[in-house]
Design a protein around this ligand. Structure first.
Ligand code: ADP
Length: 194
């Protein structure tokens, strides 16, 4: 059973594409969402985070204090690297267990914004990149997250340029409104069938 990774910049439409694959019966592992869940619930990871960043990472009632953690890692690259070095292996292991548990499907999909940035694309059999022009992505995210242009641009600037993700992927989905998203997904789905 193949492991397929799907990535793309913020607002490119990764999640939308994954929903279409789900309608075709393909299970999707949402790595970024799952990472947040693991940080709040996985006992081993929680212990490691407390050891690395102090007990204050969790509030008195046991909830992850995202603000506190964000402040620590925001301006210090070494702290961000440390956080990633704890979270990424936990997500990798959890994702592998999830993949093994899937039955009677031709392949599974794993969605992550930073597949190439984190290096975890190497564990995937094939990669799909979803892409759309930056102006469209910004407008979509402003609408989706009720945020402003400057904040979206700041998030975009922290990611690899989309073109690089496109160049390094096996399949590319253009989500600029000029071609049907559903038909592009169905085409890739057929190519991935055994
Ligand atoms: P990502 O997961 O890559 O950040 P999303 O799939 O959440 O992107 O898409 C960003 C926003 O744009 C969402 O609100 C989504 O509904 C919308 N969107 C995505 N693709 C299209 C499209 N082809 N036409 C219109 N809206 C779209």
């Amino acid at each position: 059973m193949l492991k397929i990774g799907i990535t793309g910049g913020i607002g490119s439409g990764k999640t939308t594409v994954c929903k279409i694959f789900e309608l075709l019966g393909i299970p999707v592992y949402y790595a970024d969402e799952r990472a947040k869940w693991l940080m709040a619930n996985d006992q081993n990871l929680m212990k490691a985070l407390k050891e690395a960043f102090g007990e204050q990472v969790y509030t008195k009632d046991g909830k992850l204090d995202r603000g506190y953690l964000a402040k620590i890692v925001f301006n210090e690259q070494s702290k961000l690297n440390l956080l990633n070095s704890l979270v990424h292996p936990a997500v990798q292991k959890d994702g592998d267990n999830w993949h093994e548990a899937q039955k009677d499907v031709p392949f599974t999909l794993k969605e992550a914004a930073l597949f190439f940035e984190s290096g975890s694309y190497i564990y995937m059999d094939k990669m799909i990149a979803v892409t759309a022009p930056e102006t469209i992505r910004i407008q979509r995210v402003i609408k989706r997250d009720r945020t402003d242009e400057q904040s979206v641009k700041a998030r975009i600037n922290k990611q690899l340029p989309e073109q690089e993700k496109v160049n390094r992927s096996d399949f590319v989905i253009q989500n600029d409104g000029s071609q049907s998203l559903i038909l592009q997904v169905i085409e890739i789905y057929h190519q991935l069938l055994p």
